[in-house]
Design a protein around this ligand. Structure first.
Ligand code: ZN
Length: 235
């Protein structure tokens, strides 16, 4: 029984190690994705601002054209005014000149307001472009580092899995079948060490009698909380 407990104890450490490594292998791609998502978010903000800028420029150019037309019409009417014969016609043209002057002024004012917006949008585009460049550089560095870590972690994980398999093979058929069944139902590890009177897997507090049983190492104790095999902390 002591031999079995000792194999199980080593198995518990290998189990925990391979579980940690498997976990890390799953987390790393998510960390990489997080950086890529951040860059995409900035890029999409940039696209929005570029659309806004284009829209503002289009609107401003239309206003500038309208303003130019109003001024051209005013000059035309001013020329006509030299040729009119009567007072009523002269006054009507004066009124139109005023109207065209007012319109051109309105258009200019609106165009200027849009120009101010454009400048703010352009400043924001500049800020986001710098941010995107920074994030891209940082993201590429982090990605390189994480991919190297992933590569190493996969190798360690495979080695840990192999070590674990070797230990599993040392178990007698009955214990091994039990081990495999627990592992399958848990998905992570099947053997845990006792931790201050509690199960090291689910932290279920064991009754004193069961704790003593684990420490004596006379039989295989199964956690009532999670169903894993419990081995003493010091084997
Ligand atoms: Zn447990």
């Amino acid at each position: 029984m002591q031999d079995l407990i000792s194999v199980l104890a080593r198995l518990s450490r290998a189990d925990a190690e391979s579980h940690r490594l498997r976990d890390r292998c799953q987390v790393i791609p998510k960390e990489i994705e997080k950086h890529e998502a951040e860059l995409r978010r900035i890029q999409s903000q940039l696209d929005d601002f570029a659309d806004r800028l284009e829209e503002a420029q289009r609107e401003r150019r239309a206003l500038e054209r309208d303003s130019e037309q109003a001024r051209a019409r005013r000059r035309e009417v001013e020329m006509q005014q030299f040729r009119v014969k009567n007072q009523a016609e002269y006054q009507a043209l004066t009124k139109e000149i005023e109207e065209m002057r007012r319109r051109a002024g309105d258009f200019d004012e609106k165009a200027l307001a849009i120009l101010a917006d454009e400048e703010a949008v352009q400043a924001e585009i500049q800020r986001l472009t710098d941010l995107a460049a920074q994030e891209e550089k940082r993201g590429a560095e982090v990605k390189e580092r994480l991919l190297a870590e992933l590569e190493d972690t996969k190798k360690l994980r495979d080695a840990a899995e192999r070590r674990r398999e070797e230990m599993v093979e040392q178990l007698d058929l009955k214990t091994r079948t039990r081990y495999e069944r627990i592992l399958k139902s848990k998905g992570d590890f099947a053997v845990v060490t006792l931790e201050g009177g509690a199960c090291g897997g689910c932290y279920y507090q064991l009754p004193p009698q069961r704790v003593a049983e684990v420490r004596r190492g006379t039989g295989l104790v199964i956690c009532e909380g999670c169903g894993r095999m419990i081995v003493p902390e010091d084997v």
